[in-house]
Design a protein around this ligand. Structure first.
Ligand code: SF4
Ligand code: SF4
Ligand code: SF4
Length: 349
């Protein structure tokens, strides 16, 4: 079907929302509660747009497209409504961007910038930050929370840990963990999914605080070193050091989700006693060697055993920290090259 957005003709498919089509065509509509992983909530009302023939503004995240629809995202009425919502949101919390960890990658800040809000119009609640620092890896500041509900959906329906709820009503509405417990005393398993989906600086990874501003960071995609699931990670690197890890949102198999080890267990790479070169046993001790030398030595030993005792004198155990692909290659080496089926995996025992 064909629709127009701000006069531009756009291709659209049945089932898409106005927001989906706008994003696919590079048209920015501010959003706060929407995230593709948790779907449309139509809660924050910041994504409203005008649709010709519709009596009022509609939420673009939850309105499906129809053939011939004429949509406007930048009329004075739309921008005034969006500004009103963003101003109310900013006013209701403690939004001092200068000292916020999320500055530069905050979706509320992006919306305010896009709408060219002038700060003299905004009276903030003026509350000091109230950090819940009880969790080992996550800091929660309710004064920056905009009650978008993304973390609730993510914890309950994406990682299915069911820790976070919206508690209280009206002005007292707030995010709570289990029975309003401190985060660190709740049943939270510190997977960090909520920090990754929070659009503002309310839920942040403690290990990253003060380590780097957003523009200084380079993202490097890699595979988690901890298990055979092979989750995809984005390493946030500054000055050749990892300052944060996030799950790769569109990467399989994890689609952005990580466990506590994958997200926070990256310090080991800087351990002073970490082995970074192969060691060859010699004279009751070890000496450092090059990879070529070490691999040649292993190949020579294999050859020697094959010649003297045959292939079934060799056995291999693949490591549970290897990726599935590495384990597959190892069994291929044993079965096809060394000609033995003596190959196993340590997680099976
Ligand atoms: S959450 Fe966003 S808007 Fe609020 S202080 Fe932090 S950067 Fe600024
Ligand atoms: S860290 Fe994971 S388990 Fe804990 S509250 Fe966040 S999403 Fe839920
Ligand atoms: S903590 Fe973040 S994700 Fe959760 S409701 Fe508040 S702003 Fe939204």
């Amino acid at each position: 079907m064909k629709i127009t957005i701000n006069g531009m003709r756009c291709e659209a498919k049945k089932g898409q929302t106005i927001l989906n089509v706008a994003r696919a065509n590079g048209i920015y509509i501010p959003t706060l509660c929407y995230h593709e992983k948790v779907g449309a909530a139509a809660r924050c009302r910041v994504c409203v747009v005008e649709v010709k023939g519709s009596p009022g503004l509609v939420t673009s995240c939850s309105t499906p497209v129809a053939d011939g629809m004429e949509i406007y995202t930048d009329t004075p009425q739309v921008l005034d409504a969006q500004r009103f919502v963003v101003k109310l949101t900013l006013s209701s919390g403690n939004h001092d961007c200068i000292v916020c960890e999320k500055t530069g990658s905050c979706e509320l800040q992006d919306a305010a910038y896009h709408l060219q809000l002038e700060d003299k119009d905004i009276k903030t609640a003026g509350r000091p930050p109230q950090f819940d620092d009880s969790s080992a890896f996550i800091r929660f500041d309710p004064t920056r929370c905009i009650l978008c509900g993304r973390c609730v959906e993510a914890c309950n329906h994406v990682v299915v840990n069911r820790v976070i709820k919206v508690m209280g009503r009206g002005y007292d509405a707030h995010i709570g963990f289990d029975c309003n417990d401190p985060m660190g005393e709740s049943s939270c398993v510190q997977c960090g999914e909520c920090t990754q989906i929070c659009p503002v600086g309310a839920l942040v990874s403690k290990k990253s605080i003060g380590k780097a501003r957003f523009p200084d960071v380079k993202k490097v995609r890699t595979t988690c070193p901890y298990c055979g699931v092979g989750c995809q990670l984005d390493l946030h690197v500054k000055d050749e050091r990892i300052v944060k890890v996030t799950g790769t949102e569109n990467g399989s198999p994890n689609k952005g989700r990580l466990c506590v080890k994958g997200r926070y267990g990256y310090d080991f790479i800087y351990a002073e006693d970490r082995l970074t070169v192969p060691l060859i046993r010699e004279n009751d001790g070890f000496r450092e060697a090059s990879w070529d030398e070490a691999l040649d030595l292993v190949a020579d030993k294999f050859r020697e055993i094959l010649e003297t005792d045959g292939p079934d004198a060799i056995a291999g155990i693949s490591c549970a920290r290897s990726t599935n692909e590495d384990s597959y290659q190892m069994q291929k080496l044993f079965r096809s090259v060394l000609k033995t089926n003596n190959i196993d995996h340590c997680a099976r025992t």
